[in-house]
Write a protein that binds this ligand. Structure first.
Ligand code: NI
Length: 407
């Protein structure tokens, strides 16, 4: 690191300390006012207010109305993209916190209040730094709606978040983070290649011929057929997936019948399908169809399979991961950058950015030191750890200051 860069990093740390109390109060305010996907109007308003007061240029109204793109010019080149998601979940909060959700049945149970706060913090600090001397490269802050199943990231991309048509030059690389309850606060980590899985949905409609439950021989019972299909689907994971690759098929919903003495005409099976490679995803889609229709036919039933593609694999590009690891190491110390050994089978719509530009998604530790565990994300007792805000802002700022570029 040059003396000048090191002075800049010190100045960034100082500004982050100054902003922290304000950021923590923003986080608590967002936590108390959670909004579901595509309804993040108030949250988007907070983002715009904070960008405006820090003198950051922005474009509101994307992706259904709540998406915001902030931009800070820099010396040369394409923009570095930093992303946060803003939506909450339909969960009844049970934390008992003073700043707990003020709306029953809605909760920031995935920490997107923390993610949004961190990106606001980075924007505010970077804006102050750029007023002192220009940033090495332009920075675009992507505040997206609807990560929780609504593919808000995809809409942001389709509406020009990355191609330079909205604000600033095109985005050349993209970074995003997610709170991680299994790693210690103060640490961050990522990995090259798949970090999170493709998350698809499958619905299988089985049709037989219903009738009196005491006379099965005069019916074509779709219920044992459904049972056979459910059993056989697990064979796709154990027999058709390479043992060194990974996939998951979880059947989670089963709908059949209205009475104990009536064989129903139909059974609906649905669930989630996860994979880490596009080729495996295609295999799963094909094999689920073959297994379901083949077994249905053996039972004299028919099966119609609907495979609904959700988020693609969140795949990190090697160069972007190296940039992240260097930048995080400079600001946190190398001991606090802890590579994630295995991918996680959850899904993320950050994947849509990674399909378009070199990208790195990383985990931000939330676990208090000395604790063995904390409530996980999507749990009614989860809360984002305020201590992690500083770490997140530091890493985003270090990236934007070019500390990840190789010498
Ligand atoms: Ni999340």
């Amino acid at each position: 690191m040059t003396t000048q860069t090191s002075q800049r990093l010190d100045r960034a740390r100082q500004l982050i300390e100054e902003e922290l109390p304000h950021l923590i109060s923003i986080r608590h305010d967002l936590h108390a006012h959670p909004e579901l996907q595509y309804q993040e109007t108030r949250t988007s308003g907070v983002v715009q207010r904070e960008l405006e007061s820090a003198g950051v240029e922005f474009v509101p109204g994307l992706a259904g109305g709540t998406g915001v793109l902030g931009h800070i010019p820099g010396e040369t080149g394409s923009a570095m993209g930093l992303r946060a998601d803003m939506d909450a979940l339909p969960i009844l909060e049970e934390t008992g916190l003073g700043y707990a959700s003020s709306i029953d049945g809605r909760m920031h149970a995935c920490g997107h209040d923390g993610h949004t706060t961190i990106l606001i913090g980075a924007a505010r600090v970077l804006s102050r730094l750029s007023a002192e001397s220009p940033l090495p490269q332009p920075v675009t802050m992507v505040f997206q709606p609807a990560e929780e199943g609504g593919a808000g990231g995809k809409r942001m991309c389709e509406e020009g978040a990355l191609d330079g048509s909205r604000i600033g030059p095109a985005v050349g690389s993209m970074f995003g983070l997610h709170g991680h309850t299994e790693s210690t606060v103060g640490s961050v980590g990522s990995r090259v290649g798949p970090l999170l899985a493709a998350a698809d949905e499958v619905i299988i409609d089985i049709r037989g011929v219903g009738g009196h439950a005491a006379m099965p021989h005069s019916c074509t019972d779709p219920v044992p057929c459904a049972a056979s299909i459910i059993q056989a689907l697990q064979g796709i994971v154990s027999r058709n997936t390479n043992p060194l690759d990974s996939s998951v098929i979880s059947i989670t919903q089963l709908t059949a019948g209205d009475a104990f003495n009536v064989i129903p005409d139909t059974v609906r099976i649905s669930g989630t399908v996860r994979s880490l490679q596009e080729s495996t995803r295609e295999m799963l889609e094909r094999r689920i169809g073959e297994v379901a229709t083949g077994i249905a036919s053996a039972h004299g039933c028919t099966a119609v399979v609907d495979f609904i593609r959700g988020y693609p694999v969140t795949r990190n590009e090697a160069g972007a991961v190296a940039t992240f690891e260097r930048a995080a190491g400079e600001v946190l110390g190398d001991d606090w950058v802890r590579p994630i050994e295995h991918p996680v089978m959850g899904g993320e719509d950050f994947s849509f950015y990674g399909e378009r530009v070199p990208a790195c998604f990383f985990f931000l530790g939330l676990l208090p030191p000395g604790e063995q565990a904390m409530p996980s994300v999507h749990n009614a007792r989860f809360d984002f750890n305020d201590e992690a805000i500083k770490t997140g802002v530091e890493v985003f700022c270090s990236l934007a200051l070019g500390l990840g570029t190789s010498e």
